[in-house]
Structures are given as structure tokens and as C-alpha cells.
Design a protein around this ligand. Structure first.
Ligand code: APR
Length: 261
């Protein structure tokens, strides 16, 4: 493991534009469950997964009922979002914020809706699947804070008259264009990609490393840090996998990059 950590540190130090991609594995050490790991939400409840696939359709058909569910009055999913809002970053999140502060990491593109990267101090964060801390107008696309939202009357409406939904991107919902463009721009610029805590099976996010490999060939260095191999490992998209816990590995990479300890 030590060699791979040193190798990753050397690759990051040589890089001109490091882009970090993250998934739910970043937040399990903050007490939040992932989806497809051994104790994952979908692994342990096919019913919950089936409901998640119907959520966007529920919004389109009945935004009032959608909001009842999002505010956890009816079942646990609203309560799940509530827990996300209360969570705190872990050593892995702080390590990435430190690498950005040191000018090494240029951007974090995350699938996580928990807002823990910005909470840990990361500045240039693209929330690819949105955030539980924000609302988004389904008509004009403008975003606003969840805490400030007037949720007495459901569904809440935007100043443009459009219906507000949680900013979270549900299954079958298109990724907002502004988010997709920003992510593609960052991937086009990146020469080192550090992929943390994702099973890399959900598209279009899982297509970003493949696009980087396609566009830049062997010029791009793609590093995975994850508890287990993924299709990116198996398909040879990543150059190497550092297998283990993010909260332990990322701080060691920071130490090696910043030559401390
Ligand atoms: N350290 C390293 N890896 C970890 C850790 C950890 N502490 N905890 C979990 N992992 C790994 C798991 O083994 C798994 O391979 O992180 C990965 C998490 O994968 P998923 O649960 O599939 O999460 P993610 O890839 O983010 O899911 C993508 O699917 O359900 C939707 O919208 C949801 O954004 C999510 C998307």
C-alpha cells in the first residue's frame, strides 16, 4: 500500500490539473450508508431502490405528494435526507479540501448530495446529482437554499411561477445542463483523475473517467481509491486501485504530497 500512496502523491505533484470524482464511499465514515456496498441502501432494500426509481415520476405527476415524501412525513426517505443534512465531514473530505488549498486539486465532481465537501472547505465543487441543501425550479432552473424555503404550502413555487423540487437529481431525471457542462469542462482539462468511493456503475457520471481515457489516452493518469475493485478497474480504465478506507488513505496521500511526517 505504501508504494501506491507514494506513487499517487508523485502523480498528483507532477499534475497540472487534478480533478477528483467522488461517490457515497466518501461519506460512510461520516456515518452515512452508501448504496451498493455490503451494507448499502439498495443492497439491503430492493423496495427502497424500486421507490427511488419512481421518485422523479412522482414529482412530475404529483409534486404535492412528492414533497410529502421529501419532508419525511410519509416514509423514511425524507428522514434519510434529514440525516444527510445533519452529517459532518470526515478525514477524507478534509484531506481533499487541504489538497485544493495547496493548489494540487482543482475541482471535486461529486455524486454525493450531502454537501459534505463544501462543509469540509472544498471550494470548486460540482454537485453532479444536486444537493439536499438546495431547491431547484423545474421551469427556470434557479436554485435556492432549503433552510430558507417556505414549505408551509406544498408544492413550493419559484418566483417565476415554476414548481420547486429538491435540487437532488433522481433516477431518470436529466442532469442539469449547467452542471453537465461544468463537469465536462473539468474532465477535458484534467491530466490526473482521482476517483474516490464510487462503484462507478451509474451513468452519466461513470462515463466521465471513460471520456478522460478516450480523450487523452495514456496521457491521463486515472487513480481509484475504493474498498473494492470497480468496472473501471476491471476494464483497465484506471491505471491503478488503492484498495482500502478513504478516511485512512487520503490523509496519507496528503502527507506524502506535502512531504510532512
Ligand atoms: N472507503 C473506501 N471505499 C468505500 C468506503 C470507504 N470508507 N465505503 C464504501 N466504499 C465503497 C463501496 O465498496 C462501493 O464500491 O464505495 C462504493 C460506493 O458505491 P455506491 O454505493 O454504488 O455509491 P455511488 O457510486 O456513489 O452511487 C452512485 O447511485 O444510488 C445512486 O444517486 C445515487 O449518487 C448515487 C449513485
Amino acid at each position: 500500500m505504501g508504494d501506491l500512496i507514494q506513487r499517487a502523491a508523485d502523480d498528483l505533484k507532477k499534475s497540472l490539473h487534478v480533478v477528483v470524482l467522488t461517490g457515497a464511499g466518501m461519506s460512510t465514515e461520516s456515518g452515512l450508508r452508501d448504496f451498493r456496498g455490503p451494507k448499502g441502501l439498495w443492497t439491503t432494500s430492493k423496495e427502497a431502490e424500486a421507490k427511488a426509481y419512481k421518485r422523479y415520476d412522482l414529482f412530475l405527476r404529483g409534486p404535492g405528494a412528492y414533497w410529502e415524501e421529501m419532508l419525511g412525513k410519509k416514509d423514511t426517505h425524507g428522514a434519510f435526507y434529514h440525516d444527510l443534512r445533519k452529517a459532518e465531514p470526515n478525514a477524507g473530505h478534509y484531506a481533499l479540501a487541504e489538497l485544493e488549498e495547496a493548489g494540487v486539486v482543482k475541482c471535486v465532481v461529486t455524486q454525493n448530495i450531502d454537501g459534505l465537501h463544501p462543509k469540509a472547505g472544498s471550494k470548486n465543487v460540482i454537485e453532479f446529482h444536486g444537493s439536499v441543501n438546495k431547491l431547484r425550479c423545474h421551469s427556470c432552473g434557479s436554485r435556492s437554499g432549503f433552510e430558507e424555503a417556505a414549505l408551509e404550502i406544498l408544492p413550493p413555487l419559484c418566483h417565476c411561477g415554476g414548481v420547486l423540487k429538491l435540487d437532488v437529481v433522481h433516477f431518470k431525471e436529466p442532469i442539469p445542463l449547467d452542471v453537465m457542462r461544468r463537469a465536462e469542462d473539468e474532465v477535458a482539462k484534467c491530466d490526473v483523475m482521482l476517483i474516490c468511493g464510487t462503484s462507478a456503475v451509474v451513468y452519466p457520471f461513470a462515463g466521465l473517467p471513460r471520456a478522460a481515457r478516450m480523450d487523452r489516452g495514456s496521457e491521463a493518469v486515472i487513480i481509484e481509491v475504493n474498498a473494492e475493485p470497480t468496472p473501471l478497474t476491471d476494464d483497465g480504465i484506471s491505471d491503478y486501485l488503492i484498495q482500502g478506507k478513504l478516511g485512512e488513505i487520503l490523509p496519507q496521500i496528503v502527507e506524502a504530497v506535502l512531504k510532512r511526517g
